[in-house]
Design a protein around this ligand. Structure first.
Ligand code: CUA
Length: 190
């Protein structure tokens, strides 16, 4: 005997239920995976969420205050902390080559003079956005000497992929000897 309309309806309902359940499981698995990734990167890479909001006037950035050109680069402040200051603009970083000591915490302070930029430094957890009007800051330690690439990682216009700088990590003794001789260090040639 062929199935009647009610039986066929019941069969299609079962198929629909099974499909719905299958998709619910897939969606939950994707959410669990994304949450897992967030937890993994925050613990393993020590991702650094912004700790506070610090603002700066973009219109006078180059004229006065912390981010005038002569104050950019790496320095040792009066408390002995190593501070690296930089500005991002379309399409370069100033300074183009940042010098830091190996094994010593370095506090980066950066901002942008035009669009939103960002940077990450090679195989380290240094990673931040540079936003006009705001100062981004984080502290990190470079475990090994050598040169690292520092590309802009926020799309900022047609020249975005050409925007990058270098970070030269040098032995701490060499760094502090150089810091005694000059107020602001960088490894920009000339
Ligand atoms: Cu600056 Cu992309």
């Amino acid at each position: 005997m062929p199935p009647n309309a009610a039986e066929m309806h019941h069969a299609s309902e079962l198929v629909a239920d099974a499909a719905e359940r299958r998709w619910a499981v897939i969606v939950m698995a994707i959410i669990a995976l994304l949450l897992g990734l967030m937890i993994f990167t925050s613990l393993h890479w020590a991702t650094m969420p912004p700790s506070r909001v610090e603002t700066i006037d973009v219109r006078t950035l180059h004229l006065k205050g912390e981010f005038v050109e002569s104050n950019l680069g790496t320095m040792v402040d009066k408390d002995g902390r190593v501070v690296a200051r930089l500005v991002g603009q379309q399409y370069s970083f100033t300074p183009q080559c940042i010098v830091v000591p190996v094994g010593v915490p370095v506090t980066f302070r950066g901002t942008s003079s035009d669009a939103i930029h960002g940077f990450m430094i090679g195989r380290t957890n240094a990673n931040t956005m540079l936003i006009p009007g705001f100062i981004s800051t984080f502290t990190t330690t470079f475990p090994t000497a050598g040169e690292q690439l520092m590309p802009c990682h926020e799309y900022c216009g047609t020249g975005h992929e050409a925007m990058w700088a270098k970070v030269r990590v040098i032995p701490a003794e060499e760094f502090f000897a150089k810091a005694k001789a000059a107020e602001r260090l960088s490894c920009v040639p000339g």
